[in-house]
Design a protein around this ligand. Sequence first.
Ligand SMILES: Nc1ncnc2c1ncn2[C@@H]1O[C@H](COP(=O)(O)OP(=O)(O)OP(=O)(O)O)[C@@H](O)[C@H]1O
Length: 542
Amino acid sequence: MGGGTFVDGVRRWFKRRVNSTTSTTNNKSRSNANNRNEVVKSFQEKEEEGLRIVEDFDFSGLKFIRVPERVYFLVSDSPSSMNPHKRNVQETEFFTEYGEASRYQVGEVIGKGSYGVVGSAVDTHTGENVAIKKISDVFEHVSDATRILREIELLRLLRHPDIVEIKHIMLPPSHREFRAIYVVFELMESDLHQVIKANDDLTPEHYQFFLTMLLLIGIVPLSYVDLFFSKYTPAIDIWSIGCIFAEMLTGKPLFPGKNVVHQLDLMTDLLGTPPPEAISRIRNEKARRYLSSMRKKQPVPFKQKFPNADPLALCLLERLLAFDPKDRPTADEALGHPYFHGLSNVDREPSTQPISKLEFEFERTKLTKDDARELIYREILEYHPQMLQEYLCGGDQTSGFMYPSGVDRFKRQFAHLEEHNGKSERSTLLQRQHASLPRERVPAPKDEATVQNNDFERRTPASVATTLSSSPGPDGSVHSNGNEQNGLNKANYSARSLLKSASISASKCISVQAKRNTDEESITEYNEEVDRLPQKITNLHV
Ligand SMILES: Nc1ncnc2c1ncn2[C@@H]1O[C@H](COP(=O)(O)OP(=O)(O)OP(=O)(O)O)[C@@H](O)[C@H]1O
């Protein structure tokens, strides 16, 4: 999970705010309502193609802000459906006799991230608007597969009111051969980037409020003695929050790198070259070498880079963007920073259920591609309960049965969308023009070959940021270091045993979470659970 999840969280929050503002309008005073209507009206006058400013919202006395809402087109009303030829192609590709693809009526490409393309769709079973993220070539690089696994698992487990919900993950046609996955999310009408763009007059109180929201999402209780998450839990994506906060202050992405090397250059331009101890903790050898050989740069004072910002905001920002993750505060610590003093009514209680450490056993070891495939398949089965049961009973291990699936059909649909809609003017308009985390994979320039290897070079800075933020260094060193520090036995884990233990812990956690009140209870349960695991695994295999 990287910046994406937090941005998704903010999307989720905006959607919620917009809905609740709409539903409580009647309770507002008449003058407030009149005022509001005028503001909304003037916003609507500023309607742009593909982006409509539909709603303002206020919170506890702060000035109204504009919340832009994207305008989505479905197949039936998209401009391309006016072309009879295209329409024909789409219809044959969209409808299928069996499988889950027939459930979704796919609209258009609405965005691109470093892991894939996102299309809008309607879930014909529920009538809901959804966003379907197609993640291609999941297993090309095992580090990407691991990040994807971490992200989808966290999104399932976090269940936070401000975090976008995964509604479904489509079943791949084959357990062992799939390469792409299709993740169905609730469709968000807006995101923080759009809000920042639409409001050039945000006040310091708005910044304070947004940052509080982001940090509150970061407070996720982790049950048990926490051996490997510690303050570096991927759920507490402090670096990303720092980048988003900086973007709020300036209205521009902080490190808009075109590739990993460029990203490291931009980071060091601002933060200076990290000290040798910090570099030595970086796991990725190429990044380590690149940073070590870099000419020495002095940090730029934040007040020079952000001349109009509140000095306390900058003091906090500097901590959030500490190069070395061990110098970054936890979300909780950050919320205690003097920058937030005077902010009333902030409920700092975590609003998610505790997450079991056993769910993330895979973080302890270096996965192979097969392990990653197995674990991702297992995660997908969380959305297919009956098959999960069969899987846990070993039902699909020998048959080689190809489950009926809409994924193949979806591949073709997305290919079509990418080809036709993805390049259309409208889709371009819908995509972000700027981003803290660049959207596309960018081939690295040849002269930077010395610092590139497979994982290092393949993904854009979005992944670097993900790695930076969910781990302590630009290369994701935390898990490795944490493991080494804790003397964990990496070699003896097989994906199978990880899967089984995770599934046992998942069901166990569901039943115990409600009554889990104290750390002591959690530790006892954890110990008991671990004691029982070998027997449970044996039982599952017979
Ligand atoms: N649930 C959603 N509802 C509406 N739009 C979405 C949704 N999810 C993604 N998008 C759009 O698709 C774009 C790409 O999303 P994606 O999650 O792939 O990447 P990201 O979170 O922006 O960044 P990263 O590549 O770092 O994960 C987003 O910027 C947004 O415009």
